[in-house]
Design a protein around this ligand. Structure first.
Ligand code: FES
Length: 106
């Protein structure tokens, strides 16, 4: 039996799916994509274990900000981000320590 699998993710970022749903998108070039999807696309990340980093939608984190999305950076779990609707994705990626050059997130 295999007790573990390797992902080689450089980081794991948890994005509240419910916040995203409440905004009905809100991010990306047209402002219509949910944050996790927009960010993945912006960074050119593949889905799941194949990506250089993981951006995962999770259930409500209990913060429920208005007009923003709660995001937990796995590498800095002590402080959570509240990303306002329509935020610049380069800025968000920088805050999360994810590089925006294709699949080579650091
Ligand atoms: S709805 Fe996102 S933290 Fe509760």
């Amino acid at each position: 039996m295999k007790a573990s699998v390797r992902s080689n993710w450089s980081n794991a970022v948890l994005v509240c799916a419910k916040c995203s749903k409440k905004l009905d998108g809100g991010f990306g070039p047209k402002g219509k994509a949910p944050l996790a999807k927009a960010l993945r696309k912006h960074l050119g990340l593949k889905k799941g274990r194949k990506g250089a980093a993981g951006i995962v939608e999770v259930k409500c984190l209990g913060v429920c900000p208005r007009g923003a999305v709660t995001v937990v950076n796995g590498a800095q779990a002590r402080e959570w981000l509240l990303v306002p609707e329509g935020a610049d994705l380069d800025g968000v990626a920088a805050e999360l320590g994810l590089a925006s050059n294709g699949d080579r997130a650091v």
